[in-house]
Ligand binder design. Structure first.
Ligand code: 2M8
Length: 414
């Protein structure tokens, strides 16, 4: 097992190595562009040793904000043939070009932590960022909230691409007409650790549909082929609203609108409860079915200050089935796979977000356990994109920015 000091140094080296000047790539090769939430986690990592660089990361991300307030999920700073689908496929507009969807809005959550860590150093950055974050949150409320519940229009928008939450919604997407294409991800990592071809066909079909609507987000919501509620994004957005309001109050802003959004989201939390599952669950708005999956969304409820005693025992039982962190899918679920991407592996980055929830709700023992397990997993498997939750072995890409960031901010701290 590697020593903490060596891992600290290695984690910083990874972030520096993935720095492309103003933005950080998730990892060299597999993901050669700026991804929205990866970038914010990288910023949090940088904040432990280079705070000015940390703020620049978020500034660069918001520099690509659209006129309607959306902050895109990928920013294609420099065309790189190593990733598919690239800017020519997305046609999301912008200079640099972007994708046409968003990603979980973690910016306000982590920006608040950075700001409260050093107010003098962060004042100018947070003052400039605040109205941009308000505009982004407004975009979520207008274009990705249905009857008070957050939705995603593409599995990629959730950040948890092939998790079982999306199985019903994906089954309703016709991927048979996307033609020939050449995936690049399976040239970088083992195909068994990635989504299947049938998933990629459907991912592309959803992209082509959005593109044909010129990424008019009102139409994407109303007419797109995929639409599911996402408790994970809902709880992230709700927490981000609370944090944005706190930042606004600090800056002397009128936060009534932001507080109103938080109230709307909070009032809809019971609507995400699936009584048969005994947990918060994703719901397919197209076919009218619950996902029936004990997934990351349930775990993220604590992040938003939501607790449900009926769910706690169910969650800890699932956690006890593995050794290294929170599995991205129920270990007792029929399709659990400890190595296939979002269908079972443990993600250091999700563990950290879930732990912020445990901290908020005073679950100190759970926080300590999750931190210890995540640290052990990184000691065993290194700074991998994600890990097998049964033995800690590395999966996906190596030298990953967000895993390095999580080591520096949380997992590797005593
Ligand atoms: C993964 O998603 C991208 C598409 O956005 C991909 O597989 O090509 C997800 O794990 C996502 O959450 C993450 O932001 C991205 C980059 O790390 O990779």
């Amino acid at each position: 097992m590697t020593m903490t000091v060596e891992l600290d140094a290695r984690a910083k080296e990874i972030l520096r190595g993935n720095d492309r000047g103003g933005y950080t790539v998730p990892t060299h090769g597999l993901y050669p562009y700026q991804w929205n939430w990866d970038s914010v986690f990288s910023a949090w990592g940088f904040s432990t040793f280079d705070l000015p660089r940390a703020w620049v990361e978020i500034e660069t991300l918001f520099a690509s904000q659209k006129a309607d307030g959306m902050v895109p999920h990928i920013i294609f700073h420099q065309v790189d043939p190593g990733y598919f689908p690239g800017p020519d496929v997305w046609q999301g507009g912008g200079e640099p070009p972007t994708s046409g969807i968003s990603q979980p809005p973690v910016a306000a959550i982590l920006a608040r932590l950075m700001w409260e860590g050093d107010r003098d150093a962060g004042r100018a950055a947070i003052t400039a960022l605040y109205p941009k974050m308000v505009a982004w949150h407004r975009w979520w409320m207008e274009h990705r909230v249905v009857d008070g519940v957050a939705v995603v229009t593409h599995p990629w928008e959730s950040g948890r691409d092939n998790c079982p939450d999306w199985d019903h919604g994906m089954a309703g997407v016709d991927g048979s007409n996307v033609g020939e294409y050449h995936r690049r991800d399976t040239g970088h990592v083992d195909a068994d650790m990635r989504p299947k071809k049938i998933d990629y066909d459907r991912y592309l079909a959803i992209v082509y549909a959005g593109r044909s609507m010129g990424w008019d987000q009102a139409r994407v919501l109303a007419e797109g082929p995929f639409l599911m509620t996402d408790p994970a994004v809902h709880f992230i957005l709700l927490r981000a609203m609370d944090d944005l309001a706190a930042i606004g109050r600090d800056l002397g802003q009128d936060v009534a609108e932001v507080e109103g959004w938080a109230e709307t989201l909070r009032a809809a939390v019971p609507d995400m409860w699936n009584p048969d599952l005994g947990a918060y669950d994703a719901y397919d708005l197209k076919s009218g079915q619950w996902a029936n999956n004990l997934g990351t969304g349930a775990w993220l409820s604590y992040l938003a200050g939501v607790e449900n005693a009926a769910m706690d025992a169910r969650l800890t039982k699932a956690w006890d089935k593995v050794r290294y962190g929170i599995p991205s899918a129920d270990p007792e679920g029929a399709t659990f796979n400890p190595k296939r991407y979002w269908r079972g592996p443990s993600w250091a980055v999700m563990n950290a977000l879930i732990a912020l929830g445990f901290q908020r709700m005073g679950h100190e023992a759970w926080d300590a356990r999750l931190r210890r397990e995540t640290a052990d997993m990184i000691r065993i498997g290194g700074f991998a994109e994600y890990h097998d939750p049964l033995d800690g072995s590395p999966c996906g890409g190596a030298n990953f920015s967000w895993t390095a960031a999580i080591w520096l901010t949380w997992a590797g701290r005593d």
